[in-house]
Design a protein around this ligand. Structure first.
Ligand code: AMP
Length: 280
């Protein structure tokens, strides 16, 4: 596996691969890799000749300094895991490489996809995500880029933005990878004790309950019940939302959407967890 920290050297290497006609799949990450990330890498390996994984804990997407500080960082383990799983290129830029002038987000038109949920609860988060992903797209120039449905709102924002700024890149969604019990895999789960991991299953249980029962009740009643289920667990809900899976607009009647998703954010032992599920 080739490891780059310098974007110019990365570009030189990738341009050479390009002249040899190799297709490039790209998986942007913040590291502390887990089997959810690796399944994106495997997905990319199936569809491309070469896979590039970036590892960069992007400061501009954290709206909370403590969260940035506590974000787990395991670069050596990550590189080993990537190599073992057949990734050919790892890109680990430092902050100066990604933000040579000022560590600040650029302004983007996020098409209104950022208005609710994570966008509303983490001001500036998606501007930071968009800034770093668009910068990485210019550096890597992949044929395809892979994003998890775990961060569903992020996936739609990147699809919208890259449709405008990098229409040559295909955005490929990847389903949520879960533990056998149902907990959505996340780097932040490392900060949960085993006992808390068990308690965190309240989120998946609530999502599953909604998936099984949505057609008996209105969206508002489902939302209230999911919120109550979480309140009666160790998880403190931050928001529960039901939205059209295509445009993320809140729905008040099921008939308003062709596909609807339920989204949850909650806190457990100081760790912020997000999850979502397709209802129909
Ligand atoms: P992160 O390192 O958290 O920024 O995640 C990097 C990419 O991996 C994003 O596209 C995430 O949506 C995706 N991802 C993280 N966890 C999961 C998971 N449990 N299932 C599917 N995709 C995931």
């Amino acid at each position: 596996m080739q490891v780059f920290r310098d974007s110019k050297l990365l570009r030189q290497f990738l341009q050479l691969q390009n002249t040899e006609g190799k297709s490039v799949g790209f998986v942007p990450t913040m590291g502390s890799l887990h089997p959810g990330h690796i399944s994106l890498v495997k997905h990319a390996l199936q569809e491309n000749d070469l896979v590039v994984v970036s590892i960069f804990v992007n400061p501009t997407q954290f709206n909370n300094a403590e969260d940035l500080h506590k974000y787990p960082r395991t670069p050596e383990k990550d590189l080993k895991l990537l190599e073992e799983n057949g990734c050919q290129v790892a890109f680990l830029p430092d902050v100066n490489e990604m933000y040579p002038e000022e560590v600040a987000s650029r302004d983007f038109d996020l098409g209104g996809f950022d208005e609710g949920m994570e966008g509303a609860h983490r001001p500036g988060h998606f501007d930071g995500v968009a800034t770093v992903v668009m910068c990485l797209f210019s550096m890597v120039e992949p044929n395809r880029a892979y994003f998890g449905e775990k961060d569903y709102q992020q996936l739609l924002i990147i699809k919208h933005l890259s449709g405008q700024l990098h229409p040559e890149i295909t955005i490929v969604p990847h389903p949520i990878e879960r533990s056998p019990e149902g907990l959505a895999l996340s780097s932040r789960n490392r900060r949960l004790s085993n006992e808390r991991k068990k308690e965190s299953l309240a989120i998946f249980n609530a999502l599953e309950w909604a998936q099984n029962n949505y057609n008996q009740l209105s969206p508002a009643a489902i939302q209230t019940h999911v919120n109550d289920m979480l309140k009666n667990s160790a998880v403190t809900p931050e928001y529960v939302a039901i939205a059209d899976a295509e445009n993320l607009k809140t729905i008040t009647e099921w008939e308003e959407a062709k596909h609807a998703r339920l989204f949850v954010a909650g806190h457990l032992e100081g760790v912020r967890l997000i999850d979502n599920i397709l209802l129909f």
